[in-house]
Design a protein around this ligand. Sequence first.
Ligand SMILES: [Zn+2]
Length: 250
Amino acid sequence: MKTITLTQAALNRGSLLLVNARHPLPECVAPERLTPFLDSGILLERRTALVLENLFKALGCASSLLPVSGYRTLTEQKQIYASSLAENGADFTGKYVALPDCSEHQTGLAIDLSLNQQPVDFIRPFFPRDGICEQFREKMISYGFVERYPEDREGITGIAAEPWHFRYVGTPHAAIMKLHNLCLEEYIDYLSLFPSVGKHLEISILNKSFEIFYQKTDPQDGSVTLTLPSSLPFQVSGTNTGGCIVTLWK
Ligand SMILES: [Zn+2]
């Protein structure tokens, strides 16, 4: 076994970070953790960009799908919110545009995609449920992406259905979310049923076996100390809910 300690700063990131109206972004993303996605000029968190690039290659969809919006700074989110308020009013904006610091676009883990046809709607891109768009939705799961705002979870996510907004949560998490039909808020609640001391989630999915558990962070300094098997690859992601999720590849 080995023991590792992660600071709050290290847990302010990770593919399972929850950012919504009740859980604002804990910390701005450092510029060196961002990279341009293909030649779109859009920035994404490095791993998200790399995985999405691989997914685009596998589908051969670089000319048919158009990245519309990826990473946003706080200033950009403020501008989008203000201009939508002025142009579309409070009702529409409340449904489709997250408040500044409550947008997961500020994590670099989210991307809005449009079918590449004119005109492009930048607030509500067209991403239908057929053709290459549906092929993307099917394939993305094994690459670790989910449709973040399903139409039947508006009461939980606080955001109206956004069939164009995709979020990198990593593998195997996207596949487990799909299997149990959970949105990210529900998935983090579900994983908290498997605490570090207690029964862990053991699951075989995507032809591999995983052990997953939830560990609360220290209420004083937000850090966490984990004792893990030395021999297994692992990943730790903060959740922005006072805990972190540990994934072991078995
Ligand atoms: Zn979006």
